[in-house]
Design a binder for this molecule. Structure first.
Ligand code: NAI
Length: 398
């Protein structure tokens, strides 16, 4: 079977296993040659480990100097009569293979991170493989749904609060710029987003781990946030997602207090805007991403998830006498993104950008390639004309 990219709007419907393997290998190669993580954690749990920031964090901590063993939780599909399976499914498989080849333990737990069952599996894995304790928990879920405990779901909505906002999405299927106006969120949508993407579930995971005595002395936990420049605030920071992120920041402070009993700490880590499975969904963010990619590449400061995570662990979270924090106790990995020179240039590009010229004014090629790479496509040195042995893939287990 030959696998081609299938995209509906901004969602990839196919993934290339060999390409996913290559993308994992490329990230491993990068962290092996980067500034190493010193005094890093040895036993790490990553909730949302199969793509984006979570996968990059897992790779950085395993291969970028810390030599960590990891337990990764994710929600991914394997091959079935419905399709070849998701990119994250293959990322889990190939990451584990490489980690084991390097003598590291890598346990994949595939299931719903909100469920009791997955929590129990994680605690059992910590008992079995980590001598009962974990040193770092990375909370990196991005999802639209969370079970409400009564048979239904809370749903997140990406909407402004108070007034309508207009913005463009880049449709990756048609390569068209699509203008949309988003009406303000209802109270229910604001609450739903808070439940799905706010701090409550992170806190409940940490409480579960504390209650099962799984937290090591000096334990740390981080979750990822986004703030962005003023131009993105109407749709992000001042909208439903921003409300949820502010809740996440507050949770980090509450958890930090709770963890003082273990000499531990909790931090919300503000990352840079990047093309991931989750972010291409956010209406109005794509033009900004096009302008940001173009500018940061020209200035030599562009980073993808892997560069962000390696820099986070090697220069901020570990190996320092004091973790650098801003006035609101946040770790800022968006420091280069928000550099005034960068934002000045991004602003100029955005002023000129429109439906006709976005492919040249912005870094459309980079945007599209990054998106394709996430699903194992458009990577150098992968022979996409080669037949894929589906039977062999079906035998691979995460
Ligand atoms: P992603 O979509 O690449 O990864 C999400 C992960 O969560 C995957 O491993 C997926 O399997 C897992 N997941 C989703 N639902 C699950 C469930 N019910 N049970 C178990 N696992 C589940 O997302 P990305 O972009 O890496 O986002 C991670 C965090 O980083 C989010 O909090 C996001 O808001 C934040 N962030 C993202 C930025 C961006 O530009 N992409 C910028 C700053 C922060």
């Amino acid at each position: 079977m030959i696998i081609e990219p299938i995209i509906s709007g901004v969602v990839a419907r196919s993934a290339h296993p060999e390409g996913c393997k290559k993308a994992v290998d490329n990230q491993i190669d990068y962290v092996k040659s980067a500034n190493p993580i010193k005094n890093g954690p040895k036993r790490v749990l990553i909730i949302g480990a199969s793509s984006g920031f979570g996968l990059a964090a897992r790779i950085a901590l395993t291969f970028g100097g810390a030599e960590a063993d990891t337990i990764g939780v994710s929600f991914e599909r394997g091959p079935s009569d419905k399709g070849i399976g998701s990119a994250g499914w293959y990322n889990n498989i190939f990451f584990k293979k490489r980690a084991e080849q390097a003598g590291r333990r890598a346990i994949n737990i595939v299931g719903d991170a909100f469920s009791k069952d997955v929590r129990e599996q994680v605690i059992e894995a910590i008992e079995t493989y980590f001598e009962g304790e974990v040193d770092l928990v990375i909370y990196s879920l991005a999802t639209g749904l969370r079970p409400d405990g009564n048979g239904g779901f809370w749903r997140s909505a990406i909407k402004p609060i108070g007034e309508s906002v207009s913005g463009a999405t880049i449709n990756l299927e048609t390569e068209q710029w699509e203008e949309a106006t988003l009406s303000p969120a209802t109270d229910e949508e604001i609450q739903g987003t808070l439940k799905v993407m706010g701090g409550e579930d992170w806190e409940s995971w940490i409480d579960t781990l504390i209650n099962s005595d799984s937290v090591a002395d000096g334990f740390k936990t981080i979750a990822f946030s986004y703030i962005g420049p003023a131009v993105t605030h109407p749709i992000y920071l001042d909208g439903t997602l921003g409300r949820a992120k502010v809740d996440l920041h507050q949770t980090s402070h509450a958890l930090n207090l709770e963890l003082s009993n273990f000499n531990g700490n909790a931090y919300a880590t503000v990352c840079k805007a990047l093309v991931t499975k989750a972010s291409v969904f956010i209406p109005g963010l794509s033009p900004y991403l096009l302008a940001l990619y173009k500018t940061m590449k020209a200035q030599g400061t562009h980073e993808e998830c892997i560069e962000q995570m390696q820099r986070l662990f090697s220069t901020k979270l570990y190996g320092q006498d004091k973790i650098p924090l801003d006035g609101e106790r946040l770790i800022r990995m968006d420091d280069w993104e928000l550099n005034p020179d960068t934002q000045n240039q991004v602003g100029k590009l955005l002023e000129q950008m429109n439906a006709e010229n976005f492919k040249t004014i912005g870094d459309f090629e980079g945007f599209q390639n990054t998106f394709l790479n996430l699903n194992g496509f458009a990577l150098d040195d992968v022979d996409y004309t080669k037949e894929i042995d589906v039977e062999r893939l079906q035998k691979l287990r995460p």
